[in-house]
Design a binder for this molecule. Structure first.
Ligand SMILES: [Zn+2]
Length: 189
């Protein structure tokens, strides 16, 4: 297929939409998005990255009671195919104030920059782990043989205890076991 001009292209995203239609999908909460995926610098031109299509979408109704994403296509305007995003008209819940978003964004940026500049140091071992690893590193064949020799008397003791049979051949507790063999007999005629 070579003819592409007939295919509809994604439309420009208008900031003001007059439809009262609201998506049945649950509202997008600002607190659930990454601060860098929200732009509230100009509150009347608020935009966020749509959780469905991953593109920047204007929020409409900033001065009204209901804020929602404008109806939009999933791709870039005039470039991609006109596929309607399922998050069109989806409500946006402002569970975060603009100063809170600012702070979260600053923290995220700070965190990211510190992550880049700081070398990751290996985590310190606990004293117990440290001792174990040290001992393991110091073990030599001779040391291993000495360890085994040290433990041998205890192994021999355990083996001896296992071999010894307790006095008496019947359990001291529990019901008596019948010793007579029962044989079925034909009834006398
Ligand atoms: Zn979308």
């Amino acid at each position: 297929m070579t003819i592409t001009s007939a295919m509809p292209k994604a439309k420009e995203r208008k900031r003001r939409i007059r439809t009262k239609r609201v998506s049945s999908l649950p509202a997008i909460k600002l607190s659930q998005l990454r601060p860098s995926h929200i732009d509230l610098r100009n509150p009347l031109k608020a935009v966020l990255v749509c959780v469905d299509c991953g593109t920047w979408v204007p929020i409409t109704g900033m001065q009204g009671t209901v804020q929602k994403l404008v109806p939009h296509h999933t791709g870039k305007a005039y470039v991609d195919a006109a596929i309607r995003c399922r998050s069109s008209n989806r409500r946006v819940e402002f569970d975060m104030t603009i100063p809170e978003w600012c702070r979260a964004l600053t923290d995220a940026v700070k965190e990211a920059s510190s992550r880049q500049s700081t070398a990751v140091l290996p985590k310190a071992f606990s004293p117990q782990t440290d001792r174990t690893l040290r001992a393991r590193a110091e073990r030599t064949p001779a040391g291993r043989r000495a360890d085994w020799n040290a433990v041998l008397p205890r192994v021999a003791d355990t083996d001896k205890n296992r071999r010894s049979i307790p006095a008496g051949d019947a359990p001291t507790e529990g019901p008596a076991v019948p010793l007579d063999t029962l044989r079925p007999q034909r009834p006398a005629r």
